[in-house]
Design a protein around this ligand. Structure first.
Ligand SMILES: C[C@H](NC(=O)[C@@H](N)CCCCN)C(=O)O
Length: 527
């Protein structure tokens, strides 16, 4: 929207004041419903399935952009508003579903890098939109052409949603050892429970059964049944939101403060930079500002996957957050209170943006249980949208009251970054007291898996870090099912030619009907 500012106003034929009202309305209508709806989206993702919901949200994005483009073609502001409303609901919930799927697949390794790469594509999209939309609009087709180009891109995005849904199907998850999606797990569990019951009845009923069960195997079966019962309870309930740990809520507050110190600034940065540095040189401002505006997004497009990689490699993810808050304070002090050229400060801002976004989102899976992930991402997305709704309005009010004084606006951003700094220090202190879960290293596994290893994947962790892991064999611990599956598939894969006898030693087989057996992977216990 901002990219097409002038051209859109000319196309709609409205005066400056009315257009500013429309522009704010189009932005607010995107964020406002997302103060609540990502929670609904997240709960649906946890209770149904991330890839099914991804399809729904992807469709909403296409429908929303289609209605918006129709509105632009017909010069109907209300159709444009409706389009943005639907686009916003779809877009933000789509982000929640994406994060959930990425976490499911990369939780044990490369999570920071994978989430960072996802952020990188969002930033590239923003930078391309900022720079290419005005060029398209400057040609014969104008803003109508630019809006329909946007619709075409949403169509391409929907095609990749379909592809992703295919890649993320239950069988691929199972064969890759990835935690199955909720709806599949539930039907699968009902089936396996039925099989267990049938198997047990068959064994109990036939004294002459050729299959005898050792007492160990019977214990194992009892444990599996107990796990099944416990897992039945592991459906995300709304009431569980209140039981999420304080560190999760502090992280959400960090999200409000830090995004609030970056995104609303990017929205006004073009005007600010022109007023402060290029007042007497509008031509230079006109040519330079496009790229200046995009510096934080471009730096973040490159920086986010790199920072994500650092987080994966060296851990300490929560420590990057106060560091990024310090960088934000530096950038805003330099921009707001000094006459030094803004280029360096804009780079620093982009670096901080990369750093906190790629550290903050990968913290979430370390703070909630697996079945709460969608809801947790939804809640942090709500925090993000509170920030994106409230602070642009605060910036607009400050500009109105101070008659356009950007020094006062910069004071707001410095204050937000400082609040982010304090909150992130508090997060680190609390996390340290609880054993440092947020600082763990998740490293790509390479060598063989040792049976005594207490957690899935190879990881360099200090003793204090390991102490907090409690019992990784406890079905109530976050990621239990995931770890069991990973152990099982890794054990099979590590054998170049898995010998059937070895495989049999890892599983219990049950005859549950004529010609039908169930295979239950054994739980490995630490030696
Ligand atoms: C994760 C976070 N998401 C957002 O800020 C969303 N509002 C979508 C932004 C899409 C890019 N303009 C982020 O991108 O850091």
């Amino acid at each position: 929207m901002q990219a097409l500012n002038v051209q859109m106003r000319e196309w709609l034929g409205t005066d400056y004041a009315k257009y500013q009202y429309y522009l704010n309305l189009l932005y607010s209508i995107y964020s406002f419903p997302n103060i609540v709806l990502p929670l609904v989206g997240g709960l649906l993702i946890d209770r149904l399935s991330a890839s099914k919901m991804l399809m729904v949200f992807g469709l909403l994005v296409c429908v929303g952009q289609g209605i918006f483009a129709i509105g632009v073609s017909a010069r109907s502001i209300w159709a444009m508003v409706l389009g943005r409303l639907i686009f916003g609901i779809g877009g933000e919930c789509l982000g929640v579903a994406q994060a959930k799927i990425i976490t499911d697949w990369f939780k044990a390794r490369w999570l920071g890098f994978a989430l960072g790469l996802n952020l990188s594509f969002a930033r590239i999209g923003t930078a391309l939109n900022d720079n290419i939309s005005p060029v398209i609009a400057a040609h014969r087709s104008g803003v109508v052409g630019a809006s329909w180009t946007g619709f075409g891109i949403c169509g391409l995005s929907f095609a990749s949603v379909i592809w992703l849904t295919y890649l993320d199907r239950p069988e691929s998850r199972t064969s890759a050892g990835v935690r199955p999606d909720t709806s599949y797990k539930r039907s699968d569990r009902i089936q396996s429970k039925t099989n267990n019951i049938v198997g047990r009845q068959a064994i109990n009923a036939s004294c002459d059964s050729t299959m005898t069960m050792s007492s160990d195997a019977l214990d194992e079966e009892d444990e599996i049944e107990k796990e099944d019962e416990m897992a039945q309870d592991d459906q995300m309930l709304c009431s569980e939101i209140l039981t999420l740990q304080p560190n999760f809520w502090i992280l959400s507050l960090c999200c409000i403060a830090l995004y609030g110190a970056v995104v609303p600034f990017i929205h006004v940065s073009s005007d600010f930079l022109q007023k402060k540095w290029y007042t007497n040189n509008p031509t230079k401002a006109g040519t330079v500002m496009v790229s200046f505006d995009s510096i934080p997004d471009i730096v973040s497009a490159i920086g986010s996957p790199l920072c994500g990689y650092l987080v994966d490699k060296f851990g300490h993810r929560a420590r990057y957050i106060p560091l990024s808050a310090l960088l934000l304070i530096w950038a805003h002090v330099q921009l707001g209170l000094t006459p030094i050229s803004p280029i360096v400060a804009m780079f620093v801002l982009g670096l901080a943006y990369s750093l906190f976004a790629s550290a903050l989102w990968p913290c979430i899976p370390f703070l909630v249980k697996d079945h709460q992930l969608g809801t947790a991402y939804g809640l942090v997305t709500i925090a993000l949208n509170i920030s994106l709704t409230v602070f642009p309005l605060v910036v607009a009010s400050i500009l109105e009251i101070t008659q356009g004084s950007y020094s006062h606006v910069e004071m707001l951003f410095i204050a937000l970054a400082s609040v982010g700094l304090l909150l992130s220090i508090l997060l680190n202190v609390l996390d340290h007291q609880q054993g440092g879960r947020l600082q763990l290293i998740e490293e790509p596994s390479s060598g063989p898996h040792h049976p005594e290893e207490p957690f899935e994947g190879h990881r360099r962790s200090s003793l204090s870090e390991q102490r907090l892991l409690h019992d990784p064999y406890n079905p109530r611990e976050p990621g239990f099912e995931y770890r069991r599956q990973r152990r099982y598939s890794r054990d099979l894969l590590l054998e170049e030619n898995p010998d059937m006898e070895d495989v049999q030693a890892m599983v219990t087989t049950r005859s549950v009907g004529e010609g039908i057996i169930t295979v239950i992977p054994h739980r490995r216990r630490p030696i």
